[in-house]
Each structure stands twice: as C-alpha cells, then as structure tokens.
Design a binder for this molecule. Structure first.
Ligand code: DAT
Ligand code: MG
Length: 138
C-alpha cells in the first residue's frame, strides 16, 4: 500500500456551480490529505501539456476551450492508493452514466451536458500524476 500523490482538477463547471466545497469534502471524507490547493485560470500552454494524450481527437479542441472558460481549482492530494482511489471517487468519464455515490454520478447533470463538463480530473497513473503535478505546481 503505497502513499501516493495525485493531481486533481476541479473543472470550470465545478467552480462555476459552486461545488468546490462539496468536492473537497468528499476528498477529505475519504481521508486523503490536501497537500496543495490553488485556484487558477489555466493557460493554453498548461492545457495543451495536460491533455497531450488527447491531441487530434475530435473532442480535444472543445475540451481545451472549456477548460479555459473559467477558473479551475488544482489540488495535490495524498494518501494510500489515492491515484486509483480518487478515480473511483470521481466515477466514470460520462456523468450521465457514472454510478451514484461518485462525484460525477451524484453531482453531474444531464441537461445540455457535454461530456467534458464532468466536474473533475484525476491522474490515471503514477507517471501521469508526476507529469501533471509538474504542470500545475511547477
Ligand atoms: P477522464 O477524465 O475520465 O480521465 P479521458 O482522459 O479519457 O477521461 O478524457 C479527458 C476528458 O475529455 C474527459 O474528462 C472528458 C473529455 N472526453 C473524453 N471522452 C470524450 C468524448 N468521447 N466526447 C467528448 N468529451 C470527451
Ligand atoms: Mg484522463
């Protein structure tokens, strides 16, 4: 059981809908430690680096545009198995089918929804976490 660090983003829809507190509560309730936290307006450069694995996909441009549409909250969370653990707390990518009990399943909305408006990002591996922490907490 490794103590890991992961990079979490509360996306612009989460900040705009004033869900930051509720999302942080879920992270804390799980017992993860918030090691770093800041609200930022992402630069295009940061977003291109963050989503480099998705360059060229049809949803890439709308995704980057959406992520630049308002402030987001960047968090480094620490805990045992926090990388897969936060992914399961977040729920699956599409909030319209994410399981109840998850952030995306409970707080995601389906009216006029775009898949990118799914409230949170969480790193998907140790390698991604290290890379993404470097982008947002350089
Ligand atoms: P996740 O955020 O669950 O790790 P991902 O890394 O596959 O998902 O994709 C990054 C983001 O891109 C995701 O949070 C929402 C958006 N996205 C993914 N697949 C999409 C699709 N088929 N249509 C529109 N947006 C999509
Ligand atoms: Mg991902």
């Amino acid at each position: 059981m490794a103590i890991e660090r992961t990079l979490i983003l509360i996306k612009p829809d989460g900040v705009k809908r004033q869900l930051t507190g509720q999302i942080l509560s879920r992270i804390e309730a799980k017992g993860y430690e918030i090691a770093e936290l800041k609200q930022v307006s992402a630069t295009r450069e940061q977003l291109e680096a963050h989503y480099e694995e998705h360059v060229g996909k049809p949803f890439y441009e709308p995704l980057v545009e959406f992520m630049a549409s308002g402030p987001l909250v960047a968090i480094i969370a620490e805990g045992q198995n926090v990388i897969p653990g936060f992914r399961s707390l977040a729920g699956t990518t599409d909030p319209t089918t994410a399981a109840p009990g998850t952030i995306r399943g409970d707080l995601g909305r389906d009216w006029g929804l775009k898949v990118q408006q799914n409230l949170v990002h969480g790193s998907d591996s140790e390698e991604s976490a290290a890379r993404e922490i470097g982008i947002w907490f350089a």
